[in-house]
Every structure is written in C-alpha cells, then in structure tokens.
Ligand binder design. Structure first.
Ligand SMILES: C[S@@+](CC[C@H](N)C(=O)[O-])C[C@H]1O[C@@H](n2cnc3c(N)ncnc32)[C@H](O)[C@@H]1O
Length: 233
C-alpha cells in the first residue's frame, strides 16, 4: 500500500481529482491511499496564519515554516526532521526549482516509497528552510511556473500510481508506454479503417503479428527521432 499525504492550503482542490479511472480503481483495490490535509490545521495562532512577508523585502507572501514542519512531523509520526523519517518515507516539496519529474523519478517513487508526503507551495513559494532541512526531494513538473503546487501534486500522483504493480489491471500495461523503454509509444488506431479518406495503415489490418510488431517498433523510433530526439541520445 502506497500512501500519499498532500499538505495544501486548498484541500478542496482535490475533491474530484482522484475519483476517476485508474486512480479510483487503485484506491478501491487498496493499492494506494490519498489524503489531502489543510495546512491551517497545524497553525497555532487564532488567525490560522500560514504565510508572511519575505525578509529582505520584495513582492508577495511566503509560506511559513512552522506549520509545514508540524504537518510533516505529524503525518510521518516523527519529530526530528528528515533524519528521523523511515527509509520508505519521501517528503516532496513541489517546486519549479526541483529536479524534473520523469518516468524514472515516478518509477523510483512507485517502487521504493511506502509514504509520499507532498507539500504544495503558493504565493512566492515556501520558506527555504523547508527545502534545506525537511524534505527528501524537491520535484518540478516542468520548466514553467504554476500558481500553486496542487496541479503538480495531481500530476505526480497520477504518474506514480500508474506504475504501482496491479494498478493498471490486466487489460493494459505500462511496459509498452512512452518512456518505459526510452522511446515514445507507437501510433494507435481504431475503427473505422477509413475516415474522411484517411486510412489506417494496411499492416495493422493484415493480422500478421510479426509484421505488426516490426512496424510498431519502427514507427516508435521514427516518432521519437522526430519529436524527442533527446531521448535517443
Ligand atoms: C508561484 S510559484 C513560486 C515560484 C517561485 N517564486 C519561483 O520563481 O521559483 C508557487 C508554488 O507553485 C508550485 N509550483 C510552481 N511551478 C511549479 C512547477 N513547475 N512544478 C512544481 N510545482 C510548481 C510550487 O509549490 C511553488 O511554491
């Protein structure tokens, strides 16, 4: 069982996010558990303040360290920061400054982690002491800036859950998908065999499995070469 604990100031953001398809089935099958927690639950002041102005001046607000440390320690059942986490606990700060989420990073989390705590930043970001002393990983979902870590948490959870053994069921598998063997997936077609003059490649209608396999390997390589040559390096 892989447990995801999301720390956010907008827990309602996730209300429908995990209610569909593969993630829903994986939850129902007891393969994964996902909970969104309101960061304000770990504030101690009467205004339940989670942010404050940046030292040194500048725009915007910064998420304060105290409630985030308290939330992580509470959710991981520890009290000594990073060094006291179980080996299978990963505490992830979602950040445009992190290492980029790839198939390999998702695989690492799916195979090694028992609990993944996800910290969603907002505003100008999170007090740097969280990155320096609390988290095990800083992860970005790409080289662009989102308004908050919540969409990134959904992307990360979706990518990881697909790779949890049993999550995809028997009808489909992650083995042939893009990135699993270093190339993109091959092109897929379904009925009708002809649509507005556009025909499905004849080989796919031939029933010749060897030829179909060969065609798929070639097209996957061709598409990778054209769209993502960096993957072949
Ligand atoms: C507006 S951003 C802060 C950006 C920060 N000032 C910077 O320039 O690096 C607010 C929050 O959104 C989340 N975020 C933004 N872009 C992201 C990305 N590419 N991947 C993951 N999280 C991201 C982070 O949690 C971040 O703390």
């Amino acid at each position: 069982m892989l447990k995801f604990d999301i720390i956010t100031i907008f827990p309602d953001f996730f209300r429908a996010a995990f209610e569909y398809g593969i993630i829903r089935r994986a939850r129902e099958a007891g393969l994964v558990e996902i909970a969104a927690h309101d960061l304000r639950a770990w504030t101690l002041d009467k205004h339940r303040q989670v942010d404050d102005r940046p030292f040194g001046g500048g725009d915007g607000m910064v998420l304060k360290p105290e409630p985030i440390f308290a939330a992580v320690e509470n959710l991981t059942g520890t009290s000594g920061g990073r060094s006291s986490f179980l080996e299978t606990t990963r505490v992830v700060l979602l950040s445009p400054q992190g290492r980029v989420l790839t198939h390999r990073v998702a695989q690492e989390l799916a195979s090694e982690a028992g609990q993944v705590v996800l910290i969603c930043g907002r505003y100008e970001g999170v007090d740097e002491r969280v990155a320096e002393h609390l988290v095990t990983d800083e992860i970005s979902i790409g080289d662009y800036v989102l308004s908050g870590g919540e969409p990134a948490a959904i992307v990360l959870i979706d990518a990881v859950v697909r790779l949890v053994p049993g999550a995809l069921g028997s009808e489909t598998s992650a083995v042939n998908e893009s990135f699993s063997d270093g190339t993109l997936d091959y092109p897929h077609y379904t009925r009708p065999p002809e649509f507005r003059g556009m025909r499905v490649p004849e080989v796919l209608l031939s029933g010749h499995h060897g030829e179909i396999e060969k065609w798929r390997r070639e097209r996957a390589l061709e598409k990778t070469q054209s769209n993502r040559p960096d993957l072949l390096k």
